[in-house]
Design a protein around this ligand. Structure first.
Ligand code: ADP
Ligand code: MG
Length: 264
């Protein structure tokens, strides 16, 4: 039994009288502790898939099983981080993390919650910003708080929807490294959505490449972990993987020429 099993999953959006099949018979098994990147062009159904994993949308057909139980709604076994930081603006960094702790450690005293929140913020390198409010923090720092809050939920599964998409490249690399280390250290099962090929190679144990509505291919990343993949960006193995993923993307682009959609 895998941690997550997606079985023949279909999802159709209903828009007036138009119907849109956003997911068309998706099958995927994700093992406990595995880091999966879902890689695919804009509009291919990545966020839809994540919303079904989260339990916000219900399958039109097929289903998702976590620990062999059908997902029928949201649950404390899953924590979500989106591209837009979604912090509570009226709470400090610490207040946002305490919000997470209140869900996972209901019996903790105020002092215990406080201490744990400071520890989680230290994990993400924000020990000096605990009392700052989201508006006083840069995008990268806000996303660190969002990660700390998600970790504080102590869910087995982390669902990440392009969490570093709005962060500038230099900071993004720092966050990628931080998140990859934290998720391995805390033995999380991660489903991480991205449209960035290099990000997928740097983070994933396995990359699931999507094309509209479907899984196109799966690629296991054999570059050893945690031997600092960031240092491997120039190596032949990295380049080979990059090229293979690029060709999967371009096959699609070639097929779409003449169409208005832009894929990269
Ligand atoms: P991605 O995250 O890969 O960019 P989405 O999952 O957001 O893709 O979208 C998949 C497809 O479903 C797209 O064609 C999109 O236009 C469509 N879609 C997304 N949300 C809705 C919605 N609320 N109503 C109707 N169609 C939608
Ligand atoms: Mg999306």
């Amino acid at each position: 039994m895998s941690k997550i099993e997606i079985r023949d999953l279909c999802f159709r959006y209903q828009e007036n009288k138009d119907e849109k099949l956003a997911l068309d018979h998706i099958n995927l098994a994700i093992e406990e502790g595995e880091f999966i990147c879902i890689l695919g062009p804009s509009g291919c159904g990545k966020s839809t898939l994540l919303s079904l994993l989260e339990g916000l949308n219900t399958a039109t057909d097929g289903g998702i099983y976590i620990d062999d139980a059908l997902v029928t709604g949201t649950g404390t076994d899953r924590a979500v981080v989106f591209q837009h930081y979604s912090l509570f603006p009226w709470l400090s960094a610490k207040g946002n993390v305490i919000f997470g702790i209140k869900q996972s450690k209901k019996k903790y005293s105020k002092a215990e919650r406080n201490e744990l929140a400071e520890e989680y913020l230290k994990n993400v390198g924000l020990e000096d910003a605990v009392d700052k409010y989201p508006a006083q923090l840069s995008g990268g720092m806000q996303q660190r708080v969002a990660i700390a809050r998600a970790l504080a939920l102590e869910a087995d599964i982390l669902l990440m929807d392009e969490p570093f998409g709005a962060i500038d490249p230099k900071l993004r690399q720092e966050l990628q490294e931080l998140f990859s280390n934290l998720s391995k250290e805390k033995k999380k099962t991660v489903v991480f959505v991205t449209h960035d090929i290099d990000e997928a190679i740097l983070l994933a144990d396995r990359i699931v490449v999507m094309e509209p509505g479907k899984i196109r291919d799966e690629i296991t990343v054999t570059i050893p972990y945690p031997s600092k993949r960031m240092d491997l960006a120039g190596t032949q193995e990295f380049q080979n993987l990059h090229n293979r993923l690029m060709s999967l993307f371009y096959e699609r682009v070639a097929a779409e020429i003449g169409n208005e959609e832009v894929y990269l």
